[in-house]
Each structure stands twice: as C-alpha cells, then as structure tokens.
Design a protein around this ligand. Structure first.
Ligand SMILES: Nc1ncnc2c1ncn2[C@@H]1O[C@H](COP(=O)(O)OP(=O)(O)O)[C@@H](O)[C@H]1O
Ligand SMILES: [Mg+2]
Length: 349
C-alpha cells in the first residue's frame, strides 16, 4: 500500500512541448484518484511519469515515502493498465498473467495461487488456456487488469482502460473496477477524458487543463462548487448554462445577492425549474426550441427572449409542452454560480 506525493512536477518533452506544468498532489494510501480533462491536457504524460515510463523534468515524486524520480519502472512497485490492453498475442491468458511474475522470479506455486485468485476475481477462469485473439474486448480488458492484479502492487495506474469498449460494457466494467479497488484498498490513479466515468469512480477528482490542475475535490464538491469556468463547463452533462450578467440586468432579473465582480452567471440544467419554487429565485422567459425526450428524463432547449444562445433545461420524465410554446424558467438564487470572465474564476462573496 502506498501514499503518492507529487510536488511541483514538470514535464517538457524534447522539442519543447510543456505537457505538465507544476502539478502538486497528495494521494492518500488506498485512495482512488481520477485525473480528468480534455485530450492533450497532459493526463497520460503525468501517469507515465508516475509509472517511470517518462522522465521527470522537474519536481519530486514520492511513492510510499520514497523519492522515485530516477527509479526504474520495475522498481516502483506499481502496475499499469492501458487502453489498448498490451497483451502478448502469442501467449495464453494464463501465461499473460504469469509472465511478469516469472520474470521477477516468483516461485511456481505462488504464481499459480496469484493467477487463480485474479482469474476468479475477474471471472476469466474459463479462458486461461485461450489466446487473446479468441477473447472479446471486455474479456481482454479483464486479462489486462488481471496482469496488474497478480503483481499485488502498492498502486494501480489506469490510462483510459475502458475507451475501447462499447457503452454498455464500459458501464459494467466501471462498476467492477470500482468494487475491486474498494475491496483491495489499493491506491489508484485513473485517467479518463469522460467526466461521467470520472464522477462515478473517484474518491477525489483532479481536473487538468493544459498541463495544470484546475481543481481537486470530491465529485460532489466539483459539481456543486466549480471554482473555475473550465471546471463549470467540463463537469456535468448537459453542461452548465452561462448567462451574462448584462442580460439579467437588462431584463430586470439581476439578483442583488451575487457578489461584486460577477459578469457571468452559471445555472445547471437541473436547477432551471418549470414552476416557481417557494425560495427566492429569478425568472426568465423564452420559447421552447426543441424537446429531447429520453425516457426517465428529458432535455428542453429554450431560446430566452433577447438572447441567442440556447439554454438547456433538464426535467424528470417526459415533457408536456409543445415546441414553439412560450415558457418561463425559474432558478433558485442559491443555485446560481457567479463567475468573472477575465479571471476565469468563481467570484466568492
Ligand atoms: N512523446 C511526446 N513528445 C512530444 N510531445 C508529446 C509526447 N507525448 C505527448 N506529447 C504532447 O504533450 C501534451 C500532453 O499529451 P498527453 O499527456 O498524451 O495528453 P492526454 O493524455 O491528456 O491526452 C500534448 O500536447 C501532446 O501532444
Ligand atoms: Mg492520454
């Protein structure tokens, strides 16, 4: 088991690309941390630096109270699971699992025990004599996880392990990874560009943008109180609506409760209500542009009077209004997210 501490980590690739710029993060023993951010923000680079597959240009990396900056990957006691599985095609599943352990000189009975245990945990016991090409994508992903499990490492690193699976299998494997991680209690660093995967897996989430940390927090903290415009736009689906303060002022709907410096107001699609709540709220009128019924919930796209940008509203169940109808939306003042465009940050008042 291990705590992982990143202190002001930097990565500049030969050629000058600054992929990671000053990342500090303290990961507790047993914690499941998810690194999330758009493509190219430095997630894989950071993970590979922890794995030892990429040199560290600056800063200090410790695993379990040991500085490991220059330690070989094999000496870091961690196991990594990749998106493309990276299985040996000519070896059986059993040998794929056993290979690393044999190289480490682990005794045969111990290898047998670990392989059988991992196979049982991942329900791949029936495929141990097959080659990877005779397995489905989901089964291959399980073998890749099994190969990490048998090493009994002090930390797991996952780089978008579910990206190659179809939507249904992705959800199923997500649940299994979470259960497995909780059961084993192994410190894990999980990379994804999928905010829903991130929200559902993480003890704490780290939102990365252009090689820097935007915000660190529990899924709830990031959803309820995004500290930057980037996080506000990235976490939550459909994305948070942004309405200019000037628009609210012109409509006589600008609440006096928002802190000075607010020029952009965020409103979650769930917080835009069709009937006025008892609590203090603001009201905006517009027209229904498009209805998107999706069974348990529906999205309503609304064009506000005098505003070009469509606003997204999420309601439970199916909509009862018609496209083109007039509509009034009510937003509790407590649900407003005040931002400042110039700083890109939440305004605290
Ligand atoms: N081997 C490399 N050499 C030079 N630049 C690289 C290399 N690998 C990645 N990069 C660049 O570093 C940045 C971060 O890449 P990466 O860590 O792969 O992002 P992510 O995993 O978040 O998509 C990108 O601008 C990418 O083009
Ligand atoms: Mg990547």
């Amino acid at each position: 088991m291990a705590r992982i501490v990143m202190d002001d980590l930097h990565k500049v690739y030969p050629g000058g690309v600054k992929a990671v710029t000053g990342i500090s993060l303290d990961i507790a023993d047993g914690e499941m941390i998810v690194l999330v951010g758009p493509s190219g923000c430095g997630k894989s680079t950071l993970l590979r630096m922890v794995a030892g597959l990429e040199t560290i240009t600056g800063g200090t990396l410790s695993i379990g109270d040991r500085v490991v900056n220059t330690l070989e990957p094999a000496d870091r006691d961690i196991a990594m699971v990749f998106q493309n599985y990276a299985l040996y095609p000519h070896m059986t599943v059993y040998n794929n699992l056993a290979y690393g352990l044999r190289n480490q000189g682990v005794a045969k009975p111990e290898i047998e025990r670990r392989v059988q245990e991992a196979a049982a945990m991942l329900q791949i016991g029936d495929y141990l004599q097959r080659k990877p090409r005779a397995l489905s994508g989901g089964q291959r992903q399980r073998v890749a996880m099994g190969r990490a499990l048998v090493r009994e490492p002090s930390a797991f690193l996952f780089d978008e392990p579910l990206s190659n699976l179809d939507a249904k299998l992705r959800v199923q494997m997500r649940v299994e990874i979470r259960q497995l991680q909780k059961r084993l209690g192994t410190t894990s660093l999980y990379v994804t560009h999928d905010q829903l995967e991130a929200l559902t897996l993480a003890d704490r989430l780290v939102v990365l943008n252009a090689g820097r940390i935007e915000q660190v927090g529990t899924p709830m903290e990031l959803y309820q109180r995004p500290e930057t415009l980037f996080v506000a736009g990235f976490i939550g689906s459909p994305a948070m609506n942004m309405i200019e303060m000037g628009y609210l002022r012109d409509r006589g709907a600008a609440p006096s409760t928002l802190p000075a410096g607010t020029d952009l107001v965020g409103m979650r699609p769930d917080d835009m209500l069709l009937s006025a709540p008892a609590e203090p709220h603001l009201s905006l009128s517009g027209r229904v542009m498009l209805l998107e019924p999706a069974g348990a919930e529906s999205h309503i796209y609304v064009s506000l009077d005098g505003n070009d940008q469509p606003i997204t509203v999420r309601i439970p169940g199916l909509p009862t209004m018609q496209e083109g109808a007039a509509i009034t939306l009510h937003v509790p003042l407590g649900a407003l997210h005040p931002f400042n465009t110039a700083s890109g940050r939440r305004v605290s008042g």
